[in-house]
Ligand binder design. Structure first.
Ligand code: BG6
Length: 487
């Protein structure tokens, strides 16, 4: 029985292109869908909360296409990792991480998405950045798509609704395998597959009021992504024999609100529709039977092509990844109190405390999830994101005291250890936003996850200098002791 983290456990940090890189129009990059998301630092807390549903409409989309303003589009500036990566990776080495998870920006490789040849400047930037990681003893976990696609694919082809986008995506992924294959250790074709259902602009780039049958459009996009995912697994295995390609969801761990059988059944349905469906297709290679009833009831129609079933069946993933921030409860009681959670509004659990953004903190839920996922798929498991979004204070002497973050991380790492003892084949943990970056949901810089502080505010103003928070030293020691020293 294993009682400790295995040797070679992949302690790491996670970030992504749109929230960190900035430099939205440098290096030959095309405009991407996240570059179009508007934010105003003068919005009230209520306005910020309302904006969190991340839905895009026609008017906002059209305005953003030609808007040259930068301040109100936080994904255009991020933390300027594009220009600062060398000094940042030096700091990552000091932290001792074994692996960096970040995403490749499709619009840096193929600025329009349908270009005949790739942008060499974009490819070179990734070669340089990944080489820098390896020079400093850091492996690379590359997300091929963390939400943002070249805008041209939306305006010209209708984005993921069009099967052609899946073809362009496979071409893009193939280019990455051919050109960056020796520099990447783990591949993830799609960030949080279920985001398409819960945040359709982010996940599948749909502009809501342009759709007649919105729900069917969402599932058509998801089907095209499933096909793109399977063909990408196939290409990776052909071009890089032995490569590890994962599938990821945002995990909404849920418990029945009561032991009333209806609540227990509701929990099973919530799990199936919100989480398992996505992993079942990618890991088991087919649409699960329970979705037939769901599609019929919701009047959802998906166009599938001949041969799609075989594509899904023959190209399943090598490991399961997930993000984990909170848990919720399942109930048939429509009046049950609600709170925010990652991507969804969650049902409140009276036994849990919440973060400043209302996300319910539940370390034991992480152990539960790890057991559930490993039991279900018997594949290696990777925690691709976990962390606490909080407001931090940069003191005059350059220190940041964040005991709340240390408590959160420590409690979750302890539960990971329990899960390993339970027998789960857990291979890695990449803490989300280990260097502060722009929040995906609320687009605030002030919602910080990092053990490294970035001096930038919600307007993008500030020195953009990096500082170590107290949690930096905590994580450094945890990694150096392979999870033994958590004090
Ligand atoms: C995940 C995303 O859903 O949650 C990240 O993959 C995101 O991009 C993270 O940043 C935390 O969410 P938020 O809204 O607090 O940034």
């Amino acid at each position: 029985m294993k009682k400790t983290f295995p040797e070679g456990f992949l302690w790491g940090g996670a970030m992504c292109a749109s929230q960190a890189d900035g430099a939205y129009n440098e290096g030959g990059k095309g405009l991407d869908t996240q570059d179009l998301r508007y934010f105003d630092a003068d919005w009230s807390a209520q306005e910020r909360a309302m904006n969190r549903n991340r839905r895009m409409n026609h008017a906002k989309f059209q305005k953003a296409l030609t808007d040259t303003d930068i301040e109100h589009y936080p994904f255009r500036w991020g933390i300027d990792f594009y220009n600062k990566y060398k000094e940042d990776i030096q700091l990552f080495e000091e932290l001792g991480i074994k692996i960096l998870r970040t995403s490749i920006n499709w619009a840096r490789i193929y600025p329009n998405g349908d270009d005949a040849i790739p942008n060499e400047e974009g490819i070179q930037w990734y070669i340089d950045m990944f080489t820098e990681c390896h020079k400093r003893g850091i492996k690379v976990f590359a997300t091929i798509l963390h939400y943002n696609i070249p805008v041209h694919l939306v305006t010209e082809y209708g984005g993921w609704k069009n099967r052609k986008t899946a073809e362009f995506y496979v071409k893009y992924a193939t280019t990455l395998f051919e050109r960056l294959g020796t520099l990447v250790d783990y591949w993830l074709p799609f960030n949080e597959f279920n985001a398409g259902r819960f945040n359709p602009y982010n996940g599948v780039c749909l502009v809501e009021d342009e759709e007649k049958d919105y729900d069917s459009a969402v599932f058509q996009c998801l089907h095209n992504q499933f096909i793109a995912n399977a063909l990408t697994v196939k290409a990776a295995h052909r071009i890089i024999p032995g490569s590890m390609v994962g599938g990821m969801i945002a995990r909404f761990t849920t418990y029945p609100a009561t032991c009333k059988p209806d609540d227990v059944m509701q929990m099973i349905l919530d799990d199936q529709y919100s989480n398992w469906f996505y992993l079942d297709v990618m890991a088991r290679g087919k649409y699960p039977a329970y979705m037939e009833r769901y599609f019929e009831k919701a009047n959802i129609h998906i166009h599938m092509e001949d041969g799609d079933a075989e594509i899904l069946k023959e190209n399943t993933i090598d490991f399961v990844a997930f993000s984990y921030y909170f848990s919720q409860v399942s109930t048939t009681d429509q009046g049950w109190a609600k709170t925010s959670g990652n991507l969804i509004m969650a049902n409140k659990n009276p036994y849990l405390e919440s973060s400043e953004w209302g996300w319910q903190k539940d370390p034991v839920g992480l152990r539960i999830t790890l057991n559930q996922i490993y039991d279900r798929y018997s594949l290696p498991v990777f925690i691709a994101e976990n962390g606490l979004g909080a407001k931090d204070i940069l003191e005059n002497d350059g220190t940041i005291h964040d005991p709340y973050r240390i408590d959160y991380l420590k409690a979750h790492v302890q539960q990971m250890k329990e899960a390993i003892t339970d027998g789960v084949d857990l291979i890695g943990y990449t803490m989300w936003g280990f260097i502060d970056l722009v929040s995906c949901g609320s687009m605030e810089m002030s919602k910080r996850y990092g053990v490294i502080y970035v001096d930038r505010d919600d307007r993008g103003h500030g020195s953009n200098r990096r500082y170590k928070k107290d949690s930096f030293e905590w994580y450094r020691k945890a990694i150096a002791s392979n999870g033994e020293n958590l004090d």
